[in-house]
Design a protein around this ligand. Structure first.
Ligand code: FHN
Length: 418
């Protein structure tokens, strides 16, 4: 029996089919190039941070190349930071001067990106930060860059967070009315209270009213869970869930989001970059548990995907070129199919095909308990070469595999079920 989450307000049909998306974190923080939280971590004031605004000049920005690279990697949707916590806006918002057209970039950077990705068939997602460390009415909380500045904190009494929330509503309205059909709204995130400062959650954001507006403007849109009211997508971050994510015991639509390295924004000196093999195995593992995989690139201040990111995306694309059948339209296999050790199953219910991903290639045989009589044909997915098998009286089906593993990151055996 295949797990199927209960319907949500948005249309998740394309989402759970496409499985693999690109996250893009791009803003002024690409210039300091030492994490998108640099303003908070280094307690940088809005005035001191202004130098990045004044020098933001992505002269090599080519969104068509971004979309082409993502498409070749096998990605089907993208989610871009329209505004991150720093408050800087990639689009030509009429509600602020703190926007790309007013930097040396001199133009709306969001529109050509949406056009380039949409032209290649991508679904469009907007990440939008609820936090805003630049807006004059955004009050201090445990993450604010000025949280240790007593003089700044004292002026909180003059700040009206509700005026900021109206700005938030106004910008979300701009994004959902000026860029065509938007498929995902990825809000981020609600702040827990601390000893010194109150939190900011669904009451602060007026989340119910915001969700209502979003759905009125973009019927069918998917909304994530970070307005503190669960909607269409749960969003585990920077870890691999052990099993299909559940809420109140029921399986839900979920998407794991991950970085290549230790930073979402471009980080020049951060070296913990995941290998192509690890990233492919994370993608497979996610789908094997019924989830989506949103993998992030932090473009540089010149507007490029750096060589490390291009290398990973190309490596993933090389695998996806021959193996995407085991990802698109697939989900967790029925629980009666017991997956062998060092492997992952994915299953396409529409085609009734089971995909065995072999993380560690064993010597000559793989034994599938209880599968005798259930498999009509088997082949290696990379070259469609037959994998013969023997069925035993105890119900085991033994696959006869070549001693030498196929020269691919993760070999996959496609099982055509009866
Ligand atoms: O603080 C952000 C972080 O910078 C990044 O945008 C991630 C992506 O999901 N979200 C928040 C941390 O959970």
């Amino acid at each position: 029996m295949v797990l199927r989450p209960e319907p949500t307000p948005g249309d998740t049909s394309w989402f759970v089919r496409d499985r693999f998306g690109l996250f893009i974190h791009w803003g002024l923080y690409s210039l300091p190039a030492r994490h998108e939280w640099v303003m908070s971590r280094e307690r940088i004031s809005a005035e001191a941070y202004r130098k990045y605004f004044d020098h933001f000049d992505p002269d090599l920005y080519d969104p068509d190349m971004w979309a082409e690279v993502a498409s070749k990697a096998g990605m089907k949707y993208f989610v871009v930071t329209t505004k991150h916590h720093e408050g800087f806006c990639l689009w030509d918002s009429k509600l602020t001067d703190y926007k790309a057209p007013n930097t040396p970039a001199g133009r709306d950077l969001l529109r050509p990106m949406v056009d380039a990705f949409r032209k290649r068939g991508f679904r469009v997602g907007f990440y939008h930060s609820l936090l805003d460390w630049h807006h004059p009415d955004y009050t201090v909380d445990q993450y604010h860059p000025m949280r240790d500045n007593e003089e700044y904190i004292r002026k909180d009494s003059e700040r009206d967070i509700n005026r900021y929330v109206e700005y938030l509503f106004g910008q979300v309205r701009e994004l959902l009315t000026q860029y065509g059909k938007i498929d995902i709204m990825w809000f981020d995130f609600s702040v827990a209270p601390s000893e010194r400062f109150p939190g900011k959650g669904k009451e602060t954001w007026q989340s119910e009213r915001l969700i209502k507006m979003v759905r009125e403007l973009q019927p069918g849109i998917l909304i994530n869970d970070r307005l503190q009211i669960d909607q269409d997508i749960k969003t585990p971050e920077q870890y691999q869930p052990r099993e299909w994510l559940r809420v109140n015991g029921k399986p839900v639509v979920w998407e794991a989001c991950h970085t290549f390295s230790g930073s979402w924004g471009y980080h020049r000196d951060e070296a913990t970059w995941k290998s192509v093999d690890m990233l492919i195995k994370m993608l497979i593992d996610t789908v094997s548990k019924g989830g989506n995989f949103l993998l992030n690139v932090g473009p540089t201040g010149r507007g490029e995907f750096d060589a490390r990111a291009l290398d990973r995306l190309a490596g993933i694309g090389e695998w996806m070129k021959r193996h995407s059948r085991s990802i698109y339209g697939c989900t967790q296999a029925p629980e009666e199919f017991v997956c062998p050790q060092d492997c992952r199953y994915t299953y396409n219910p529409d085609k009734n095909r089971l995909y065995l991903h072999v993380f560690s290639w064993p010597f000559k045989h793989i034994h599938l308990d209880g599968m005798a009589g259930k498999v009509e044909y088997a082949q290696l997915l990379n070259d469609a070469s037959e994998i013969t098998f023997k069925e035993h009286e105890d119900g085991t089906l033994t696959l006869n595999i070549p001693v030498k593993a196929p020269d691919v990151a993760v070999p996959v055996i496609e099982l055509f079920l009866r």
